[in-house]
Design a protein around this ligand. Structure first.
Ligand SMILES: Cc1cc2nc3c(=O)[nH]c(=O)nc-3n(C[C@H](O)[C@H](O)[C@H](O)COP(=O)(O)OP(=O)(O)OC[C@H]3O[C@@H](n4cnc5c(N)ncnc54)[C@H](O)[C@@H]3O)c2cc1C
Length: 290
């Protein structure tokens, strides 16, 4: 595969600096389009290649092999279109930070629902794909429509409640790219800035700071992955430069230049020990790319 002659194409592009884990070798080719038109061109080129492909946003929920990615990585971080549409509706591009949306749209207008999206790193596109959120709410609940690009070209899908659930959605199959979407909000009677400050403070108290992906595993129905891992006595377990956080058992931190194998080894240990001890198979929330 030759690197294409696009201004936004890069060969042997280091991936560690663009992930929150700060782990990962280079992408064979990285495409970093600056708007939706460039992304469509990039996507068409990418799917014509006989090579593996990966879509990436802010890199806050991925663990990438030290060997890197042997194909094409298409970033959506350049898609920063923002447009107020009236009636508390907004077009928000995939490349804007989720926290930007929370601060500049939701807090700026005191819209309801800030509690669910406070303190989540990454892009709007990644948040839509993952239906990122907390017990207080999720990204997709604020959406009317989403714009996607797939092998058949661009399309717009209406986002209805049946199409999303806990940490996932069914409107964007793996491999399609989310360009952005129309969000709707409602004015709140409560002070959303106070709610934002409350949840930022809570994260500071309950979650470790540093290189990580947030929660490694999804919570199984009716339980908490962190509680299960902690009950197995795994908090503080170290492998090389990685550690299961002594503060929150569902977080694996890269605190000393960890390798992919260091982190992945701990993830496997957590999964196996919980299975052996509780008979529960934890499902990773982090996307492992190896
Ligand atoms: C400290 C910390 C705290 C966190 N807390 C939470 C939390 O409370 N709740 C929560 O839900 N998550 C949380 N996360 C996880 C993560 O921040 C979210 O999943 C986030 O929404 C991922 O967005 P991203 O842009 O970084 O996606 P990436 O990590 O780049 O990608 C994640 C997945 O989405 C896909 N993807 C990304 N962008 C697009 C796009 N434009 N089109 C199609 N597919 C795309 C990728 O292929 C990949 O499968 C936390 C992470 C950290 C590090």
């Amino acid at each position: 595969m030759q690197c294409p002659p696009f201004e936004f194409a890069h060969e042997n592009y280091p991936l560690a600096p663009v992930t929150l884990y700060n782990i990962g070798g280079p992408a064979r080719v990285a495409l970093v389009p600056r708007d939706a038109a460039e992304l469509e061109t990039a996507y068409a080129w990418m799917i014509a290649q006989d090579a593996p492909r990966l879509i990436l946003g802010g890199g806050s929920n991925v663990l990438i092999s030290d060997d890197g990615f042997p194909g094409v990585v298409l970033f959506t971080t350049g898609l920063k279109r923002f447009e107020p549409l009236g009636g508390h509706r907004y077009y928000v591009g995939s490349g804007l930070d989720l926290d930007w949306m929370v601060q500049e749209i939701m807090l700026a207008n005191n819209y309801e629902g800030v509690g669910g999206l406070t303190g989540i790193p990454g892009s709007v596109g990644g948040a839509i794909y993952m239906n990122a959120g907390t017990v207080n709410g999720w990204t997709c609940m604020f959406m009317d429509t989403v714009d996607l690009v797939g092998p058949e070209g661009p399309r717009t899908v209406e986002v209805t409640q049946e199409l999303w659930g806990y940490r996932g959605q069914r409107f964007c199959p793996p491999g399609d790219a989310i360009l952005g979407g129309v969000f709707h909000f409602a004015p709140s009677e409560r002070n959303q800035r106070a709610i934002y400050a409350h949840y930022i403070q809570r994260r500071k108290e309950k979650q470790p700071q540093g290189h990580c992906c947030g929660s490694v595993f999804k919570n199984p129905e009716g339980d908490h992955a962190g509680r299960l891992i902690e009950s197995c006595g795994l908090k503080g377990t170290r492998r090389g430069g990685a550690i299961i956080s002594p503060m929150h058992a569902n977080f694996v931190m890269n605190d000393q230049d960890a390798s992919f194998d260091d982190v992945f080894g701990l993830i496997q240990l957590m999964r196996q020990t919980v299975l052996d001890t509780h008979g529960i198979e934890l499902e990773p929330e982090v996307r492992i790319i190896a």
